[in-house]
Design a protein around this ligand. Structure first.
Ligand SMILES: N[C@@H](CCC(=O)N[C@@H](CSC=O)C(=O)NCC(=O)O)C(=O)O
Length: 277
């Protein structure tokens, strides 16, 4: 891994890094915060939303004071492969910056858009190899990244101790962002789509019993709430399946990183409690 920049923050160290990914076949960038001390430390993986790189969370979420206090490494991934030879779309909700944390099966996306394998395989392996980790890890994310955190945690429960999300796309098979991306990346077979839909996975009992609670914060002034995010589909599925989900509707908050900065410390504490047990 190549270190691009290093900053001291809250007594720890923040690094911006780049590596050549065998999974996506492209260079991938990320940031890693290590708390003060020698470690080993547990890890929180963060997945961002549409249009983001690793930088949005790193500069705007204000997560590192809490991460330093709790002794947690925080890793922020990019949201897709990028580069001149990588397929793209002019719209903000498809292609580069919009990888949706699935492995694409369709042309022209399939060769590089392999974000599920990247996060659950190569990224996690690299972090454990290069940083002083306990090998215990949790996952969280925002919007498209909230969908990614929930689905990767449900589909790979052996990898994660806990999962939380901010304003996640709760059921991508039932909203315009998800329908567009899944049709492009996964093709016409809606049964294949359901395997990457958090509400439908919970409904089907996937990940059953693996997480004692799933913490979700959602702003009630979020402009995407009714059309794209639909947290009620997640809570209905959870109730039917007997999965505890704590959905906190936060009055007056929108979809921005100001919302996340307001509650990120609660999420770090939620994960730290489960990572240390
Ligand atoms: N450009 C779009 C909306 C883009 C947007 O709001 N992106 C969100 C994530 S949305 C779901 O995945 C985001 O995190 N943006 C980056 C930031 O730093 O705020 C539009 O104009 O509608």
């Amino acid at each position: 891994m190549e270190t691009l920049k290093t900053h001291a923050v809250h007594g720890g160290t923040l690094r911006y890094l780049r590596h050549d990914s065998a999974t996506t076949g492209t260079p991938m960038t990320l940031s890693v915060f290590t708390p003060p001390g020698e470690g080993p430390f547990p890890v929180l993986i963060w997945l961002s939303g549409l249009t983001c790189t690793e930088d949005n969370f790193t500069t705007k979420a204000g997560a590192y004071r809490a991460a330093a206090e709790h002794g947690v490494i925080v890793v922020a991934s990019d949201t897709s492969p990028r580069g001149e030879g990588v397929a793209d779309d002019p719209a903000y909700d498809l292609g580069q910056g919009a990888g949706f944390y699935v492995d694409a099966t369709q042309a022209p996306w399939a060769p590089h858009f392999r974000m599920e394998s990247y996060v659950t395989g190569e990224l996690i392996g690299l972090i454990d190899a290069e940083f002083p980790t306990t090998k215990a890890r949790s996952i969280s994310g925002h919007s498209m990244g909230g969908h990614g955190a929930l689905t990767l945690a449900l589909r790979h429960p052996h990898l994660f101790r806990s999962v939380s999300a901010f304003a996640p796309i709760a059921s991508p098979t039932r909203c315009p962002w998800g329908e567009k991306a899944f049709a492009a990346y996964l093709g016409d077979d809606r049964e294949a789509w359901a395997e990457h839909d958090a509400a439908r996975l919970i409904e089907a009992g996937v990940g059953d019993g693996c997480y004692d609670d799933i913490l979700i914060d959602q702003g009630d002034a979020d402009p995407f709430l009714a059309e794209q995010l639909k947290p009620e589909l997640l809570t209905a599925a959870a109730e039917a399946a007997g999965q505890t989900v704590t959905l906190r509707m936060q009055p007056g908050y929108d979809h921005s990183y100001f919302f996340m900065a307001s509650f990120i410390a609660d999420h770090v504490a939620f994960h730290a409690e489960r990572l240390k047990g």
